[in-house]
Design a protein around this ligand. Structure first.
Ligand SMILES: Nc1nc2c(c(=O)[nH]1)N[C@H]1C(S)=C(S)[C@@H](COP(=O)(O)OP(=O)(O)OC[C@H]3O[C@@H](n4cnc5c(=O)[nH]c(N)nc54)[C@H](O)[C@@H]3O)O[C@H]1N2
Ligand SMILES: Nc1nc2c(c(=O)[nH]1)N[C@H]1C(S)=C(S)[C@@H](COP(=O)(O)OP(=O)(O)OC[C@H]3O[C@@H](n4cnc5c(=O)[nH]c(N)nc54)[C@H](O)[C@@H]3O)O[C@H]1N2
Ligand code: SF4
Ligand SMILES: [Mo]
Length: 762
C-alpha cells in the first residue's frame, strides 16, 4: 500500500472540544444516518433507557444531561448505524486478494455486513451462505480438531456482558482457556500491577471522586481524543478547587485547555485552562519520575517526622514501607533527570503539590501500559498513593482509564486466558461440566501458536487482531497459516482480508440496534472503567433482516460445535441450555448471578435506574484481597530505555479521527494533520540535528538488532512540540515496527510506546 502522506500540516491546537467539537459531532451523524435516525440515537445515548456508547469506557455521571455524548461517541454511532450495507455483489467484485490491497479506511467505509459469507480452502472469494450452513461448517471444523487447544477464541472489548459470558462458557465447554483478548494489548499491565499490589485490577474510584479531589495527575493518556467526556469531569474538579497535572511527551490539546460544548461558557468563552502543571516527560520516563516524587515525599517526612505520611493507614493496611524507603534513599537523581528529561525543580513542584493535597487521583492509559517496564511503573503509582493513604477514601485513588466500552466487563465475565480458580470452580459447579484449568494463550501467544502450527483455528468475537497486534508481517503470515479463521463482525477490516485457508464472516447486530428474540426485545449490560454496570438497549431497526445478535451467534455456534454435549434442558447435569439463553437473556443473567462475584441478583440490580456498582474491597472498605490482606509497597529496579545517539524513541498513538484500527477520517484535527496518516512527529531541534527538514519524506527503521529490518516507509516528517529525543507515528500502521516478542514484563503487552528508530531520508 502506498504511504498516505498528508499534503499539509498545521500547528497543533491548544484546546479541545468546544463549538467545533459539537459541530464535528453532529455533522457526520446527520449526513450519514439522516436526521430522524441520528436524533433518536444521539439523544438516547448513555441514557437509562438508551444504549451505552460503544466507543470508550468512560463512565456516565449519576445526573445526566439531555445530550450525554461527545464528538467521538457520535462518530462511533455514525460509523455503526450507517444504513449503507455490503451487498451480495460486493463479494464477487472483491476477491480476498483485492481486499488485502485496501486500507482500513476504505474497508470500514464499505458499510455494514449483513449476511454470512464463506471462503472455501483454495478459493480467493467469499460467497454468501445461509446461517445453517455457516454453523454446520463451524460444527464440522471446530468439532473435528484433535485437541481443543488447537483453537483460540479472541474477543474485542465491545462485546456485552451477556455475549462475553456465553462465549467464555462455550469456549470452556469446548475444552480450552485459549481466550486471548484486546486487553492483552491494552490494560493488561494495569491488571497485573494492581492485582499484585492491592488485590483488585480495577480503578479504586467512582465518577464522583473526580469532583472531590484536590489533585488529579493524568499520566500517559490523551483524554481530549480518547475519553472526551473526561474533560467535563476534570473541569468540574477544577471548579471545586482541584489542581491538575499532565505528564505526557505530547502537549495534547485536551490536557491544556477545554471548552465544554454543553455550557454557555464553553460555547462562548476561552474555556477552562486544565493543566496547572505540564511535565513534558521523555517516553518511558514515568517510573523514574514516580520514584523521584516518592523519594521527595519520604525526605519530607524524614525532615518533619509524623507530618507527611499517613502512618495510621500504612501501619494497619500495608507492608513494605521500610524496604521502599531504603531503596529510594539511593535513588540517583542524575539517572532520573536523564530518564525523564525533566528538571529537579519540575519534580519538586509535583512532589510539593502531592504533599499539599489531601485527596489525590492518578489516572493513566496506554502511555504507561505499553512499555517493557509498564508493570513496575504502575506499581510505583500505587507506592506513591499508599504513602499518604490515597486509596479507599473520597476524592482519592488509582484510576486506570480503560479503552473499549466493555473491555472491563468482558474480563469480569470470564474473558481471560488465566481466570482465577474460584471463577472456574463456580462455573463448573453451575454447569456441571469439567472446566479446563491450564492457562490458555494471550494475544501474542495466539499469533505465536498460529505461526508454529500449534493453533489451527481462530475465532474472533469482534476486533481486528491482524491489525491491532504487533509485528504486522509476522502476524499476517501466522494468520494465513490457520486452517480456519472466523470473524464475528459489524464491518469489514484487515482481519477479513488476512485469513486462514478457509474463512467465515458472521455479521452481527450493533449496540444501536433493537435485539429481538423469541421472548421479546432484549437488552444487554456493560461495565465501565469505574466498575459501574448498567443496561444498554438498542433503539433503531437492524440494518439487515438476517442479522443475528452476538448472543445468538455464540449460542448457536455452541450447539453446532458441542453437538451431543449441548442438551436442551438445564436440569441435566453437564448440559447447558443454550437455546434458553438465546431466547431470553435473563436466563444468561441468572447464571451470571450465580457465577460472577458481585453479580448476585443481577436481573434485579441491572433494572435499577442507574444500574449498580460492583463491589471493590480497597475502594469500599480498605480491604485488600491479597494473600496477606495488605496492600503492598514494592521495590522496583529502575531500568530506563536506552536510546543511542542519532536515534529517536518512537511511540504509536491514536489520531483524533480513528477508533483503534477503525479510521473515520484521514485527519488528526487537534494535532493539525489533515488528509493523510503517514507522518512521524519529531521535535523541531531533533529534525535539525538529524539533518532533516519539516515536510521531508523518511523511512522509519525499528532497531532491535535481531537481524530483521522492520521499516515503516514514506512518512512525512512533521516538526512537532513533542519531548526531545521522542517521536510519534500512528497505530495501527506503525505496528510493522514492533517485534512480536517485544512485550512488557509479566503482562505480555506489546511494547508499542518506546521503539528505538532511525529516520532515513527516502
Ligand atoms: N476516539 C477514540 N477513543 C478511544 C480509542 C480510539 O482509538 N479513538 N481507543 C480506545 C482504547 S481501546 C484505548 S486503550 C484508549 C487509549 O487511550 P490513550 O491511552 O489516551 O491512547 P493513545 O493514543 O495510545 O495515547 C497515549 C497517550 O500517552 C502518551 N504517552 C505515550 N508514551 C508515554 C510515556 O512513556 N509516558 C507518558 N507519561 N505518556 C506517554 C501519548 O503522548 C498519548 O497522549 O482510548 C479508547 N478510546
Ligand atoms: N502499535 C499499537 N498497537 C496497538 C495499540 C497501540 O496503542 N499501538 N493499542 C492496542 C489496544 S489498547 C487495543 S484495545 C487493541 C484493539 O484491538 P481490537 O479490539 O482487536 O481492534 P478494534 O480496531 O477496536 O476492532 C474494530 C473492529 O471490531 C468490529 N466491531 C465493531 N463493533 C462491533 C460489535 O458491536 N460487535 C462485533 N462483533 N464486532 C464489532 C468491527 O469489525 C471493527 O472493524 O489494539 C492494540 N494495538
Ligand atoms: S466519552 Fe467515551 S463513552 Fe462517553 S460519549 Fe464520548 S466516546 Fe462515548
Ligand atoms: Mo485498548
Amino acid at each position: 500500500m502506498t504511504p498516505d502522506r498528508p499534503k499539509e500540516t498545521r500547528p497543533p491546537k491548544e484546546w479541545a472540544a468546544g463549538v467545533p467539537g459539537i459541530v464535528h459531532a453532529l455533522g457526520p451523524a446527520l449526513r450519514g444516518m439522516g436526521p430522524a435516525r441520528s436524533a433518536k440515537l444521539l439523544l438516547s445515548m448513555n441514557h437509562q433507557d438508551g444504549f451505552d456508547c460503544m466507543s470508550c469506557a468512560w463512565p456516565d455521571p449519576d445526573r445526566r444531561k439531555p445530550a450525554e455524548f461527545c464528538e467521538n461517541g457520535a462518530k462511533a454511532v455514525n460509523w455503526e448505524a450507517t444504513p449503507l450495507v455490503v451487498d451480495a455483489s460486493f463479494w464477487a467484485e472483491h476477491p480476498v486478494s483485492d481486499l488485502r490491497t485496501r486500507s482500513e479506511h476504505w474497508l470500514g467505509q464499505q458499510g455494514r455486513l449483513v449476511e454470512p459469507v464463506h471462503k472455501a480452502a483454495g478459493s480467493d472469494r467469499y460467497v454468501p451462505i445461509g446461517w445453517d450452513e455457516a454453523f454446520a461448517i463451524l460444527g464440522d471444523r471446530l468439532g473435528g480438531l484433535e485437541d481443543p487447544d488447537q483453537a483460540a477464541f479472541y474477543t474485542s472489548g465491545r462485546a456485552s456482558n451477556e455475549a462475553a459470558f456465553v462465549y467464555q462458557l462455550f469456549v470452556r465447554a469446548f475444552g480450552t482457556n485459549n481466550l486471548p483478548d484486546c486487553s492483552n494489548m491494552c490494560h493488561e499491565s494495569t491488571g497485573a500491577a494492581l492485582g499484585e499490589t492491592i488485590g483488585v485490577g480495577k480503578a479504586t474510584i467512582t465518577y464522583k471522586d473526580f469532583g472531590q479531589a484536590d489533585l488529579v495527575v493524568i499520566m500517559g493518556q490523551n483524554p481530549g481524543s480518547n475519553h472526551p467526556r473526561m474533560l467535563t469531569a476534570l473541569e468540574e474538579a477544577k471548579r471545586n478547587g482541584a489542581s491538575i497535572v499532565a505528564v505526557n511527551p505530547l502537549p495534547e490539546a485536551g490536557l491544556m485547555r477545554y471548552k465544554n460544548p454543553q455550557t454557555l461558557r464553553g460555547l462562548a468563552g476561552r474555556g477552562t485552562q486544565l493543566a496547572d502543571q505540564y511535565l513534558q516527560i521523555r517516553l518511558g520516563g514515568d517510573m523514574a519520575l514516580l520514584q523521584a516524587v516518592s523519594k521527595r515525599v519520604l525526605d519530607a517526612e524524614a525532615a518533619a517526622p509524623g507530618t507527611v505520611l499517613d502512618h495510621a493507614f500504612l501501619a494497619e493496611h500495608t507492608s513494605g514501607l521500610e524496604e521502599l524507603t531504603a531503596h529510594l534513599a539511593d535513588l540517583d537523581e542524575e539517572a532520573v533527570l536523564a530518564a525523564t528529561g525533566l528538571t529537579s525543580a519540575e519534580i519538586d513542584e509535583l512532589a510539593d503539590r502531592y504533599v499539599r493535597a489531601q485527596r489525590v487521583i492518578v489516572t493513566w492509559a496506554m502511555g504507561l501500559t505499553q512499555h517493557t517496564k509498564a508493570v513496575p511503573t504502575i506499581k510505583e503509582i500505587v507506592n506513591l498513593l499508599l504513602l499518604r493513604g490515597n486509596i479507599g477514601r473520597p476524592g482519592a485513588g488509582a484510576s486506570p482509564i480503560r479503552g473499549h466500552s466493555n473491555v472491563q466487563g468482558d474480563r469480569t465475565m470470564g474473558i481471560w486466558e488465566r481466570m482465577p480458580e474460584p471463577f472456574l470452580a463456580a462455573l463448573e459447579a453451575e454447569f456441571g461440566f469439567p472446566v479446563p484449568r491450564a492457562h490458555g494463550v494471550d494475544s501474542v501467544g495466539a499469533v505465536e501458536g498460529l505461526a508454529a502450527g500449534r493453533i489451527k483455528a481462530l475465532v474472533a468475537l469482534g476486533g481486528n487482531l491482524a491489525s491491532a497486534i504487533s509485528d504486522t508481517a509476522v502476524a499476517e503470515d501466522a494468520l494465513g497459516r490457520a486452517d480456519l479463521t472466523v470473524q464475528i463482525s459489524t464491518k469489514l477490516n484487515r482481519s477479513h482480508a488476512v485469513v486462514g485457508r478457509e474463512a467465515l464472516i458472521l455479521p452481527t447486530l450493533g449496540r444501536t440496534e433493537i435485539d429481538r428474540q423469541a421472548s421479546g426485545e432484549q437488552f444487554v449490560s456493560v461495565e465501565d472503567t469505574v466498575c459501574a454496570v448498567h443496561a444498554s438497549r438498542g433503539k433503531v431497526e437492524p440494518v439487515g433482516a438476517g442479522l443475528l445478535s452476538e448472543v445468538a451467534i455464540v449460542t448457536r455456534m455452541a450447539r453446532a460445535v458441542l453437538g451431543a454435549r449441548a442438551g436442551t434442558s438445564s436440569d441435566q447435569p453437564g448440559q447447558v441450555d443454550w437455546a434458553a439463553m438465546e431466547r431470553d437473556y435473563d436466563v444468561i443473567r441468572e447464571h451470571i448471578a450465580r457465577v460472577v462475584p458481585g453479580c448476585e441478583d443481577y436481573n434485579a440490580k441491572i433494572r435499577r435506574e442507574s444500574g449498580f456498582l460492583l463491589p471493590h474491597g480497597p475502594r469500599d472498605s480498605r480491604t485488600f484481597p491479597t494473600p496477606d490482606g495488605l496492600a503492598h509497597l514494592t521495590v522496583n529496579e529502575l531500568a530506563p530505555v536506552e536510546c543511542p545517539p542519532g536515534r529517536l524513541l518512537l511511540q504509536t498513538i491514536r489520531s483524533h479521527d480513528q477508533f483503534n484500527t477503525t479510521i473515520y477520517r484521514r485527519d488528526d484535527r487537534y494535532r493539525g494533520i489533515k488528509g493523510g496518516r503517514a507522518v512521524v512527529l519529531v521535535h523541531p531541534d531533533d529534525v535539525t540535528e538529524l539533518g532533516l527538514t519539516d515536510g521531508a519524506t523518511v523511512d522509519v527503521h525499528g532497531e532491535y538488532h535481531d537481524g530483521v529490518d522492520r521499516v515503516l516507509r514514506g512518512q512525512r516528517v512533521v516538526a512537532y512540540p513533542t519531548a526531545r529525543g521522542c517521536a510519534a507515528a500512528y497505530f495501527p500502521e506503525a505496528n510493522v515496527l514492533v517485534p512480536l516478542g517485544a512485550t512488557a514484563e509479566t503482562s505480555g503487552t506489546p511494547v508499542s510506546k518506546a521503539v528505538v528508530v532511525r529516520l532515513v531520508p527516502a
